[in-house]
Write a protein that binds this ligand. Structure first.
Ligand code: FAD
Ligand code: 2HG
Ligand code: ZN
Length: 473
């Protein structure tokens, strides 16, 4: 049971530690921070903390460690696994990074930038652009997720096929460790083999090993030419054949390769304003593919030639090349709003899975057959980052079907899909992380050696278990 007198005393101490304006306890202020983006979890909290700088974060975490109070770091709260939501006890603190939102430096010559954790991803991209540089991390949530949240989840997104996940985009990190110490390593070095790689350990640790407060990020030259195509294909196997040829012939310029099913177009054209089908005819599967370059290669000609060859092999059925920035943006809007359209359509079960790229068609076939046979009240909405072997193998409730019996079978459906993924040597969490949502999955599918190493790391850095308790492990 929460003890109001104790809570009031603790909040009083917090106010003297980081300032009264940084400790919110009013229920209206707290409400948005207590529920996750998918509305799977509704938590309670002692207070919402809004520190102004890394020193204040350090004071709070050191104090929480002494008091044995759990802290839940929160970025843009767009995560899919309930990682940024406090538990139901009302004893935890939510620590929002939103006031740490300064771009500290952009070094165009060194192709690097130092940004505080609370910077919105779109603002980081924009700051790079202003310096004639490019920061490649791109997600549908980029207008609200924070770079600290991207680092903490090791976010993937739309450009991984070329640039890698968030971990591959980081040169240095600043973080507050669970005992309150500030780990400050914002060096912008490309080479630095000095001991264990703490930066890589903190990236993807989902707030369980410390609070990321800033990072030095890699930048690339600004892209000057691009070729974007919306392509209708016969089947997923054609996507993988085309992917291999694109990679082999375009060198490094392939930056996105997204698979979209027919239902992705049906849902977005139905629910999202301004989305239209690029073709007059209906097809079963589509690709959204983009080549980019900092130089002036004739990417459009190259892509057109490749698509013509693929059409001769009967892999490609139709293709629309973006002839203007407006058309390109429309293609991307269709892809990026599939999650939102899915939400309008009704409840869904999400499976963020990956398999080796070459196994993708076989997995889609086998898993789709399973869904067809075993989930008659569900509709498969399977799309994603095919260039990385990452599918959002989601199942929506079929129109008109009752929600309750559909949702009641979530764990049975999840088990079947994740067991199949394990047989493919795949991952049950390709890019969204573990949080609270996939904790049991980690226990089931991770090897005993991996689990005991993870527990040992957690215990060594956070012996009192104050950082994001109940998440990941
Ligand atoms: P939050 O949701 O606030 O937090 C996520 C986790 O990180 C929590 O465990 C939290 O405790 C921890 N955390 C946050 N900030 C810090 C910090 N500074 N220090 C330590 N821990 C911290 N994800 C992808 O990978 N690829 C996609 O393509 C993608 N597309 C999306 C599209 C939409 C429309 C939406 C809604 C989400 C999408 N996501 C995607 C999921 C989500 O946006 C990412 O996981 C994102 O990286 C989360 O960032 P955030 O700032 O919202 O973090
Ligand atoms: C995407 O790729 C996101 O659009 C969200 O990762 C996926 O909602 C989903 O399942
Ligand atoms: Zn995704």
């Amino acid at each position: 049971m929460p003890d109001p007198a104790r809570h009031a005393a603790l909040c009083g101490q917090l106010r003297s530690l980081i300032g009264a304006d940084s400790v919110l306890t009013d229920s209206a202020d707290l409400a948005p921070a207590l529920v996750d983006h998918r509305k799977l979890y509704q938590g309670q909290a002692l207070a919402l903390l809004l520190p102004h700088d890394v020193e204040a974060v350090s004071r709070v975490i050191g104090w929480c460690n002494q008091q044995r109070i759990g802290v839940v770091p929160q970025g843009g709260n767009t995560g899919y696994c309930g990682g940024a939501t406090p538990d139901e006890s009302g004893d935890q603190l939510v620590l929002s990074l939103r006031r740490l939102n300064r771009i500290r430096a952009v070094d165009a010559e060194n192709f690097s930038m130092t940004a505080e954790a609370g910077c919105i991803l779109a603002n980081v991209q924009q700051a790079a652009d202003h310096a004639d540089r490019f920061f490649p991390l791109s997600l549908g949530s980029e207008g609200s997720c924070q770079i600290g949240g991207n680092l903490a989840t090791n976010a993937g997104g739309l450009n991984v096929v070329r640039y890698g996940m968030t971990r591959d985009l980081v040169l240095g990190i600043e973080a507050v460790l669970p005992d309150g110490q500030i780990l400050s390593n914002l060096k912008s070095l490309r080479k630095d083999n000095t001991g264990y790689n703490l930066k890589s350990l903190l990236v993807g640790s989902e707030g369980t090993l410390g609070v990321i407060t800033a990072a030095t990020l890699k930048l690339w030259p600004r892209m000057r030419s691009s070729a974007t195509a919306f392509i209708a294909i016969t089947e997923p196997a054609a996507a993988i054949a085309l992917l291999a040829r694109l990679r082999a012939t375009t060198g490094e310029s392939l930056s996105s390769f997204e698979l979209i099913p027919r239902i992705g177009i049906d849902l977005t054209t139905r629910y999202i304003d301004g989305v239209s089908d690029p073709f007059a005819q209906r097809y079963a599967w589509y690709l959204l593919c983009e080549l980019t370059s900092a130089g002036s290669e004739p990417l459009q000609d190259h892509l057109q030639q490749l698509l013509a060859d693929a059409a001769e092999r009967s892999e490609v059925l139709d293709a629309a090349l973006a002839t203007s920035e407006r058309v390109r943006a429309a293609f991307w809007k269709l892809r990026e709003t599939i999650p939102e359209a899915q939400r309008h359509f009704g409840p869904s079960l999400k499976h963020d899975v990956s398999v080796p790229v070459a196994s993708l068609p076989r997995f889609i076939h086998e898993a789709s057959e399973w869904v067809r046979e075993h989930v008659p009240d569900g509709v498969l909405v399977c799309y994603g980052h095919a260039g990385d072997g990452n599918l959002h193998f989601n199942v929506n409730r079929a129109e008109g079907a009752p929600s309750e019996p559909f949702l009641a079978r979530e764990s049975q459906i999840k088990r079947a899909i994740h067991d199949l993924i394990a047989r493919y040597d795949g991952s049950f969490s390709a890019e969204h992380g573990i949080g609270r949502f996939k904790r049991e999955e980690l226990q089931r599918y991770a090897s005993p050696a991996a689990l005991s190493a993870m527990r040992a790391i957690k215990h060594a850095l956070d012996p009192n278990g104050i950082m994001n308790p109940g998440k990941l492990l």
